[in-house]
Design a protein around this ligand. Structure first.
Ligand SMILES: [Zn+2]
Length: 227
């Protein structure tokens, strides 16, 4: 599914838990692609082939999965980054995530090639895209979100979902940090909110007003102490 310009969304449609994946097509040298959160290689409960399905959905958009040159991980949980290990091994794709989530990623056999932190991340080969990386801890200590100001797109990982947020009861989770991360992101001008999971809807929200309303809804939970 094309979101805008070179950005595609692949919401997970299986029965098992897996994340939504997003792709910036042709933004690297040699017309290679950047995937955000490639997800599970194979899902743990029902053995659904996550990466294989992602590749076949991409091919329907005319995108060759073997040409992924970089996997950006919003955080180090297996349902977001297990397939990055294979992308690196089989297709020489580099892996980028925040340093604070590297220990968990390493436990999956992953290796980081570059660390993400606050600041600009630009792809300027072929189709240019200038992203802003926000360190958005809470769900995990090294969670990042990606904002693309030009297209008003926020890739939110497991920080923000439709009418909920990522949980904070896993190791390294912290509800107060999550609240601060959400508060900070709520100030951005967002037309597309691309969430890490399809909880409650596809995880893809379009339209400034609805997205603002979603932020308000979530923040009212923080206020009530329910999260
Ligand atoms: Zn997670």
């Amino acid at each position: 599914m094309k979101i805008s310009d070179c950005l595609y969304a692949y919401p997970w449609r299986g029965n098992d838990n897996n994340c939504n994946s997003y792709l910036f097509a042709g933004v690297l040298k040699g017309n290679r692609h950047v995937v955000v959160d490639p997800g599970h290689l194979v899902t743990p409960a029902y053995q659904e082939p996550g990466l294989e399905r992602l590749f076949s959905e991409m091919s329907r958009d005319g995108i060759d999965g073997s040409q992924i040159g970089l996997a950006i991980l919003t955080h180090g949980h297996p349902d977001h980054c297990e397939a990055a290990v294979i992308l690196r091994q089989e297709y020489d794709a580099l892996t980028a995530l925040h340093e604070a989530d590297e220990p968990v990623f390493k436990m999956l056999g992953g290796k980081a090639d570059l660390f993400l932190d606050e600041g600009e991340l630009s792809f300027d080969s072929g189709k240019p895209a200038k992203l802003q990386v926000y360190h958005s801890p809470g769900h995990t200590p090294g969670h990042v979100t990606l904002y693309w100001p030009e297209q008003k797109v926020l890739i939110a990982g497991d920080c923000i979902f439709y009418r909920s947020t990522g949980r904070t009861d896993f190791p390294g989770g912290d509800a107060r940090s999550l609240q601060q991360s959400v508060a900070r992101l709520s100030g951005l001008d967002v037309e597309w909110l691309l969430c890490g999971h399809a909880y409650g809807n596809s995880g893809i929200l379009k339209g400034k007003e609805g997205i603002r309303e979603n932020f308000r809804f979530i923040q009212s939970f923080f206020g009530s102490g329910a999260l």
